[in-house]
Design a protein around this ligand. Structure first.
Ligand code: FDA
Length: 452
């Protein structure tokens, strides 16, 4: 049994925990990071599958994500642009693939007008939301009682407009059905990226990737911590009181003045707290749940779609894979497509055999790119729903009414226990940028307390 004594014990070696650990160390505090998995990075994971380097978790960086960009620059990592030359593809209710350029989907003029009008309305609402405190908006309680779907249906009876307006925060981001979360939650998702229009703009939100993969961020942050990162150590028990904390794993015990829980809030219940957490935390943690999306990687001998003048960017609220992109690695001659199958569609295809699922998903990609899409040389599905230490993708969000009711307490420390995760961020919510911001925020709070 390893027994350690530190100023701070950090649970989770994802970007939030490792950012906090480095900040705390810089401030002269000693740390130990306990990580359940046998690798660092959490939802950032680059692996080689049948000879192809794949980013199984998070990968894209957008221009507003300055906390992530600062970290990337500080670690000396290089970025490159997502391929976006040529036409995008949209598939409407008639199942016909139509090429287009720019941000506006090629829909009927009346549908286009409705989408533009509602988008302007949403941008105005989002501009009033402070992503760090959405519950403080004067309409927060009201906006948290209506589902995103119901609010959109109240704006127009144009079904195609509703589906296109719903998916940027729904299938594409919170990865839950649009009836399962509130208008306020949707506005927070948009506010965390600056505006609803930013979120809709793939060239903005999916702008750059890191050469060699985004998991290098946590890998390099962990390297700086050396032996203070302990892998394969799921924290089972956290005893806490006025004199500090004791975190216990199967093979290690860390005594510390403070604990930082740096993982998805839906996993707090995996830890036994002694004494139990307060009533408020017990309640609020039950109102958060993970979204669910399958990230599908299909690698081909060449990026064949580029020969047809296609950028690889494709959308359809009517397709199994509601969005797909050119995801070819920097300097790779092969071509890679990445598609996403979200919420109920993901449930449905997981009822099929692996063989049938692959065929269904590749068939959906072929509707955008033609029959060649059916024959990749490497095919892989990122299934974070099966990962014990994540349990969904991309992140957690509140149920209807939960954000206004509990949001303000999500980051509130409980005695010596602090919390940090992308799933409680304002700016960068559900993204690596938000994880880094929350890691910095929690570290600053702990440093403040330690010096008081
Ligand atoms: P994260 O979950 O990464 O790390 C928490 C760590 O805690 C994990 O390593 C876990 O094993 C560990 N842990 C949990 N319980 C424990 C216990 N009891 N004891 C010890 N350790 C424990 N973001 C982005 O910016 N751009 C993108 O393109 C994408 N795309 C994307 C795709 C997919 C498929 C996924 C799953 C996610 C993304 N994301 C993303 C989201 C991004 O990956 C995510 O927001 C951050 O990795 C979250 O970082 P955290 O450090 O907050 O948690």
């Amino acid at each position: 049994m390893t027994e350690l004594t530190r100023d701070v014990v950090i649970v989770g070696a994802g970007p939030a925990g490792l950012t906090a650990a480095n900040e705390l160390k810089k401030a002269g505090l000693s740390v130990a990071v306990l990580e359940a998995r046998d690798r660092v990075g959490g939802r950032l994971w680059t692996d080689t599958i049948e000879g192809a380097m794949l980013e199984i978790g998070g990968q894209w960086v957008s221009p507003d994500q300055d906390a992530l960009q600062e970290t990337i620059a500080e670690l000396g990592l290089e970025t490159y642009d997502r391929y976006r030359e040529g036409d995008s593809v949209y598939i409407g209710p008639d199942g016909v693939a139509t090429r287009f350029t720019g941000e506006q989907f090629p829909v009927a003029p009346e549908t286009e007008r409705v989408i533009a009008e509602v988008t302007a309305r949403l941008d105005a609402m989002v501009a009033e939301i402070d992503p760090d405190r959405p519950w403080e908006h004067e309409n927060a309680a009201e906006w948290d009682t209506i589902s995103w779907e119901a609010w959109l249906r109240g704006q127009t009876d144009d079904d195609e407009a509703v589906r296109n307006l719903a998916f940027p925060t729904g299938s594409a981001m919170l990865t839950k059905p649009a009836h399962a979360f509130s208008l306020l939650q949707s506005l927070l998702m948009a506010a965390s990226a600056g505006s609803y229009s930013n979120l809709v703009d793939a060239d903005f939100i999916l702008d750059k990737r890191v050469v060699g993969g985004l998991q290098q961020v946590p890998l390099l942050l962990a390297e700086r911590l050396g032996d203070d990162v302990l892998l394969g150590r799921p924290v089972r028990t956290l005893a806490w009181g006025d004199d500090g904390v004791t975190a216990t794993t199967d093979a290690a015990t860390v005594r510390a003045r403070y604990a930082l829980l740096a993982h998805a809030p839906i996993l707090y219940s995996r830890i036994q707290f002694v004494p139990a957490l307060p009533r408020r935390q017990h309640q609020l943690h039950q109102h958060l749940s993970m979204g669910f999306v399958i990230k599908v990687h299909a690698v081909y001998d060449r990026p064949f779609w580029r020969e047809q003048g296609l950028s690889g960017t494709a959308f359809s609220p009517y397709e199994l894979s509601h969005e797909a992109y050119d995801n070819t690695n920097h300097g790779d001659e092969r071509g890679t497509l990445v598609g996403f199958v979200s919420d109920r569609n993901a449930d449905d295809v997981f009822r099929l055999s692996a063989h049938e699922r692959k065929a269904r998903i590749l068939d959906s990609l072929s509707h955008y790119y033609g029959p060649e899409a059916r024959n990749p040389i490497v095919y892989y599905e990122s299934d974070w729903g099966s990962e014990e230490w994540t349990r969904g993708a991309y992140a957690a969000s509140f149920d209807l009414g939960g954000l206004a009711r509990y949001g303000a307490d999500l980051r509130t420390p409980v005695g010596p226990i602090h919390f940090a995760c992308s799933d409680m961020a304002g700016a960068g919510y559900q993204h690596v940028d938000g994880a880094i911001r929350m890691g910095r925020f929690a570290a600053a709070n702990i440093i403040g307390q330690a010096r008081a």
